[in-house]
Ligand binder design. Structure first.
Ligand SMILES: [Zn+2]
Length: 71
């Protein structure tokens, strides 16, 4: 991996300038995803008493892996 300026790889998109972790995308209308997402928001908030980065990562995977019919 190279971070040198000017070394662009063709076909690669620009990375976002921030280092925030990817936000999971809960499926619309899915109660499970919605609940998991609300939980995730609390788990990843350092000011929340539920703050737990490892747990947040686990919940994030759950959201991403939650199966939906018709997808
Ligand atoms: Zn879902």
């Amino acid at each position: 991996m190279s971070c040198e300026p000017g070394s662009t790889v063709e076909g690669e998109k620009d990375e976002a300038p921030t280092s925030f972790p990817p936000i999971p995308r809960p499926a619309r209308g899915c109660d499970v995803c919605g609940a998991l997402f609300a939980q995730w928001l609390r788990l990843r908030d350092p000011r929340s008493d539920a703050y737990d980065r490892a747990e947040a990562a686990a919940v994030e995977r759950e959201i991403q892996l939650h199966p939906h019919a018709g997808e």
